[in-house]
Design a protein. Structure first.
Length: 217
């Protein structure tokens, strides 16, 4: 049997491959990881990391060279790209802690400039405070790899894989991921989960509780 070499810090594609490994809620052919499928997942993860590093270096340069009198549109544009970079970095291969710390420092510099631009406008300052609080909550959710993977523009988790992925995720990841869905999506997700489990004679109590937790409102 060919020995498989898994990554110490896998990216989102390899991570999702591992979720399917020996997982009875996924189709049987997907429960076994082949050398080819692992290498392809690692290739995709490496490709995403390489593109990210190139784009992030350009973004850092733009942020560092930002002039004190820069237009608000330019400042806000960089801030938005930093937010997206943080979100993307949360799902990348390898240890990205230093990258995320660098983004947070740059964001604080940008936010200081935005607050300065708001001056004594209490309404604008209040909105900024609310925005920062919401960002902090969002970034906390990104500590869960499944959340980062679900939010990726090209998420490896397909729509038909949401139910088996969530039902077998670690408890804290499951609870965090549920917050990403609105009521209509939760209705569909529960329907899919119930349909998925109809094919099983015995269902663990923990899985039953997960299905019950997928409840809108």
């Amino acid at each position: 049997m060919t020995e498989l070499h898994f990554s110490q810090n896998p990216g989102r594609w390899e991570r999702h491959l591992l979720r399917k490994k020996d997982n009875p809620l996924f189709p049987e052919p997907e429960q076994t990881i082949s050398r080819e499928s692992l290498e392809e997942a690692q290739r995709l993860d490496h490709e995403e990391l390489t593109v990210f590093i190139t784009q992030f270096r350009k973004l850092i340069l733009e942020a560092v060279e930002l002039q004190p009198n820069a237009e608000s549109g330019q400042v806000l544009g960089i801030k938005e790209r930093l937010d997206k970079s943080y979100e993307q970095s949360a799902g990348l291969a390898d240890d990205q802690q230093e990258t995320r710390e660098a983004i947070l420092k740059l964001q604080e510099t940008i936010m200081a400039a935005v607050r300065k631009g708001a001056g004594a406008d209490s309404s604008a300052l209040r909105e900024l405070a609310q925005e920062e609080q919401a960002r902090a909550v969002h970034f906390q959710l990104l500590e869960y790899p499944l959340v980062a993977d679900l939010l990726a523009p090209d998420s490896p988790v397909g729509a038909e894989e949401l139910a088996p992925t969530l039902l077998t995720a670690p408890k804290e990841e499951f609870e965090a991921a549920l917050t990403l869905f609105d009521d209509d999506q939760l209705v569909l997700l529960r329907r899919d989960a119930e349909a998925l489990l109809k094919g099983f004679a015995e269902i663990p109590e923990e899985i039953r509780q997960r299905v019950s937790a997928i409840n809108p409102g």
